[in-house]
Ligand binder design. Structure first.
Ligand SMILES: Cc1cc2nc3c(=O)[nH]c(=O)nc-3n(C[C@H](O)[C@H](O)[C@H](O)COP(=O)(O)OP(=O)(O)OC[C@H]3O[C@@H](n4cnc5c(N)ncnc54)[C@H](O)[C@@H]3O)c2cc1C
Length: 416
């Protein structure tokens, strides 16, 4: 383990989930030098997940949830700087801000997150067409939703469906257009996708699969969304959620290697001395397979933050956390442990008809991932079992009364 010098300083670009965590963990790991967190905004860093869920409900809280209270920065002696980074000189170890001022660093962490992909069709820039990433976006959307009667959502990914369910719960007519054959297809098994499609439809959402958008037109006081099927859907609000791109421009300009994210090793370090990248903006080797992945989740951002702090403190361990994720769509709570592959074998545990069940995904007889719907106990056990790469024979899994919780108790010999 290297010794961190008392003269060392850390600059973190981006005060989101990952940036805040690395600052916090540096202090708990005993880092005593100056820490500057570049926020790029004048407001306290806030949590993004509620923006597409609770924040859009009729009785929504009027304010965003901060990631840490205002006292945190003083008690931890962390400088929360409102400035944004404009350039990085990795030779001089200096960050230049947009106002022309500069900060020197010993260790630099890119935690720049991701930016929404633009909708590539005519009319995407009309005022009633929204995307959702920031508190500002959520405030605009919340105001527009208050009077909307007909909403079209483009993209049946997590954010599109969370928004669709929130709008539907307010009594709004909701149509969702998705050009792929199933919702959340990049992240969910076909079994789970199909269940969600049926459930959203039974809740009154008009979910149209294999149907993309070609243009958005103004029509009277509202909009008309033209689809690849030649249909026209009237709307007074359009929300699109068609994926994100890692924010890598600054890193690229500084000469760092990128490929769908800033490339880091298993310690979350880039190839440039003293520079790390974490969270949504980082492409890292997956434990076990070594394949490069980039994840967009709170768990990934916070676990990266903790690990990067230990790397800065000189601990050379491989990042090996099991990914997990959640999404809340109306009254449905989805929790995923592990990363599934389309070739995994799905086994349903519980009864989908009562809305509480899990899907175990087996790869070569090993539990690779579990998708839990309104079944938090399954999810807790699944995280432990997936992390341990537990073999799960089909005869055990399909035995009457099988539960992930009891199985975890037996095979891991720890409380599930
Ligand atoms: C609406 C919404 C709902 C979500 N729901 C869920 C959910 O239910 N579950 C889940 O697990 N995940 C969810 N996510 C994803 C999760 O919020 C992200 O994965 C997580 O915030 C990533 O953290 P991060 O720190 O890497 O990036 P971010 O939180 O995006 O933070 C990056 C920060 O860097 C700043 N920045 C960028 N460039 C600069 C610069 N040059 N100078 C200074 N600052 C800069 C950005 O402005 C931003 O504030 C959701 C995301 C959104 C948008």
């Amino acid at each position: 383990m290297n010794n961190v010098s008392a003269k060392d300083s850390v600059v973190i670009i981006g005060a989101g989930q990952a940036g805040l965590q690395v600052a916090d963990s540096l202090r708990s790991e005993g880092f005593a030098g100056p820490i500057t967190l570049l926020n790029g905004e004048a407001i306290l860093p806030y949590q993004r997940p509620p923006l597409s869920k609770d924040y859009l409900g009729i009785d929504s809280p009027a304010t965003a949830l901060p990631l840490r209270g205002p006292d945190f920065f003083t008690t931890q002696d962390i400088t929360l700087h409102p400035g944004a980074a404009a350039a990085v000189d990795t030779q001089a170890r200096r960050v230049t801000l947009t106002d022309g001022s500069a900060l020197d660093y010993t260790h630099l962490v890119f935690a720049t997150g991701a930016a929404n992909r633009q909708l590539p069709c005519p009319g995407a820039d009309l005022p009633a067409v929204h995307a959702l990433r920031t508190l500002f976006d959520a405030e605009r959307l919340q105001a527009a939703l208050a009077t909307a009667r007909k909403v079209v959502v483009i993209g049946a990914g997590f954010i599109g469906l969370e928004f669709a369910a929130a709008a539907r719960a307010r009594g709004v007519e909701v149509t969702v257009l998705e050009y792929a054959p199933r919702p959340m297809g990049r992240a969910l098994s076909a079994t789970a996708s199909d269940w969600f499609a049926a459930r959203h439809r039974s809740d009154g959402i008009d979910l149209r699969l294999n149907e993309g958008v070609t243009a958005i037109h103004t029509e009277g006081a509202g909009l008309s969304v033209e689809s690849t099927a030649g249909s026209h859907y009237p709307a007074d609000l359009v929300l699109y959620g068609v994926g994100v791109n890692a924010r890598t421009e600054l890193a690229e300009a500084a000469g760092l290697a990128t490929d769908n994210g800033i490339l880091v090793d298993s310690s979350l370090r880039t190839a440039v001395d003293g520079v790390l990248a974490i969270g949504d903006c980082a492409s890292f080797p997956q434990a076990g397979t070594g394949a490069r992945i980039r994840l967009e989740s709170v768990q990934n951002a916070t676990d990266h933050g903790r690990h990067a702090a230990r790397s800065i403190m000189g601990q050379n361990t491989d990042y090996a956390q099991t990914p997990w994720f959640w999404s809340t769509q109306g009254r449905i709570r989805l929790q995923i442990a592990g990363i599934s592959d389309p070739s995994d074998e799905p086994v349903v545990l519980g009864d989908p008809a009562n809305g509480k069940f899990s899907i175990a995904l087996l790869r070569d007889g090993v539990l690779a991932a579990v998708e839990s719907i309104n079944s938090p106990a399954d999810h807790v056990a699944a995280r432990k079992l997936v992390a341990a790469s537990v073999a799960l024979p089909m005869e055990v899994l399909s035995a009457p009364g099988f539960s992930l919780k009891n199985f975890a108790k037996t095979v891991l010999a720890v409380p599930a």
